[in-house]
Design a protein around this ligand. Structure first.
Ligand code: ADP
Ligand code: MG
Length: 432
């Protein structure tokens, strides 16, 4: 079996730049149909011509292609490769090798032939508690293994939980690949419903606890058939997440309710950890100690694990955190901000932010007007003619966290005003 190669090669190593069915990559892998697509890559079915085995090939645009290097993309792909190379677990999709052409970087992966875990829900959108427990155990087995190796998935959600041909769980997509082009928000945000409250609170967070939270949301959805936190308004949805406000359906057993409450605890300090989950009555149910121990042992080989890895990871995580989770970073994607709209998380009182917005508007010679009871906003920044340059509102999510929403006016002036004056004004001063 080929071993995973090192870093992303910088030169073309063969033919097959266009990824089309029937293409043979580097004389070795014959591509079939598209299996899925994510924010960063497309995933194809392929056949290994040497062994006849089916594999999945995750193809990224080559960040070193096209003449100039895309550093952020490169960091993200290298990171995903570094993580996958170090994970060998029954319930984690395994990386076999990396190939590159001028235009693409291809990860050759275990094929998860069974599709998505969610294909197993019944007509009412859920599964029995027993089946949910079966897969939740496999998920926790994988997550615990990753955490023990300093790897945090940070994007656990249904699309990333796949099944192999035997119907066993395979955790996929350790990419957060969207980080590379500044789009982490897309990766996380496709499903804001799975994001732990502390991610947004700008105080730093323990990635292990964040993963546990997402596992809790997945468990809830599997057994309930709907999301624990949901609202037509994303701001309201986040309020519910912050408050840990959800209701278990009537058919949840008391033990399941107990466990879900312990996982979806908005306070990461008191939230249950994997050790706690392992000894929880619902998780253990009728399994013998031996069975549970076997389940939790899931790794196939230990030899791969190199001591230098931890140091490696620490570096990668730092770069990653700077790119994506620095305080005041634009998490707009989490709220699905579209063109003409920006959203920034802050921990200052609304009045302080809105006063800076007013100053910024006046400095540029615009008229400013604050509405709302007791000056709570929104603030309108307008041209003399009355045309709107920006409307800025602040929504409180929790005591220390608010989201500033900026709706930009049409036209180049509004865009410039956002860039030069408004963005620095809404972000916390320390960051400018
Ligand atoms: P991204 O990082 O862009 O989100 P993913 O790794 O999540 O990409 O892959 C995108 C989709 O492709 C997945 O949601 C899944 O449907 C499919 N997929 C990914 N890996 C595999 C695999 N090993 N086997 C089968 N399908 C896969
Ligand atoms: Mg994905």
């Amino acid at each position: 079996m080929p071993t995973a190669t090192g870093s992303v090669p910088s030169t073309a190593v063969g033919a097959g730049e266009e990824v089309a069915a029937g293409t043979v990559l580097l004389g070795r892998y014959e591509l079939g149909g598209l299996l899925g697509r994510g924010a960063s890559a497309k995933v194809y079915l392929a056949r290994d011509l040497l062994t006849g085995r089916s594999v999945a090939i995750k193809s990224f645009p080559n960040p070193r292609g096209g003449g100039c290097e895309d550093g952020r993309r490169l960091v993200a792909i290298e990171r995903e490769a570094a993580i996958l190379r170090r994970l060998r677990h029954r319930h984690v999709v395994r990386l076999h090798e990396i190939l590159a052409t001028r235009k693409k970087v291809h990860f050759v992966l275990d094929l998860a032939a069974g599709g998505e875990l969610f294909s197993l829900v019944d007509a009412s959108g859920r599964m029995t508690e027993d089946l949910a427990r079966h897969y939740f155990r496999q998920l926790i087995s994988a997550v615990r293994y990753c955490h023990a190796r300093g790897v945090y998935h940070r994007d656990i959600k249904p699309e990333n939980l796949l099944l192999d041909e035997a119907g066993d769980l395979k955790v996929a997509d350790f990419g957060l690949g969207a980080v590379a082009d500044g789009n982490l928000c897309h990766t996380l945000c496709g499903t804001p419903a799975y994001v732990a409250p502390e991610i947004l609170s700008r105080k730093g967070y323990d990635p292990a606890k964040v993963d546990i939270w997402s596992c809790g949301v997945v468990l809830f959805v599997l057994a309930a058939g709907y999301l624990p936190f949901n609202d037509a308004s994303l701001v309201n949805m986040y309020r519910k997440i912050y408050a840990g406000k959800f209701r278990c359906p009537s058919w949840f057993s008391p033990a399941l309710r107990g466990l879900v409450r312990r996982i979806l605890d908005p306070n990461p300090d008191t939230r249950i950890d994997t050790a706690g989950i392992l000894s929880h009555p619902w998780f253990c149910d009728s399994a013998s100690d031996d069975e549970l121990a076997r389940l939790m042992r899931g790794h196939e080989e230990e030899a791969w694990f190199k001591p230098e890895f931890k140091e490696d990871m620490a570096r990668a995580m730092t770069a990653f955190d700077i790119l994506t989770f620095s305080p005041g970073s634009d998490l707009s994607g989490l709220f699905g901000a579209g063109p003409g709209k920006e959203r920034v998380f802050v921990s200052e009182p609304a009045g302080t932010v809105l006063s800076r917005v007013e100053d910024a508007g006046r400095k540029e010679g615009y008229r400013v007007r604050r509405e709302g009871k007791r000056g709570t906003g929104p603030v309108y920044v307008e041209e003399e003619s009355g045309g709107i340059v920006a409307k800025v509102s602040v929504f409180k999510l929790a005591d220390t966290v608010s989201v500033v929403e900026v709706v930009k006016g049409d036209g180049a002036e509004a865009v410039l005003f956002w860039k030069d004056r408004l963005e620095p004004a809404v972000k916390p001063p320390a960051l400018n």
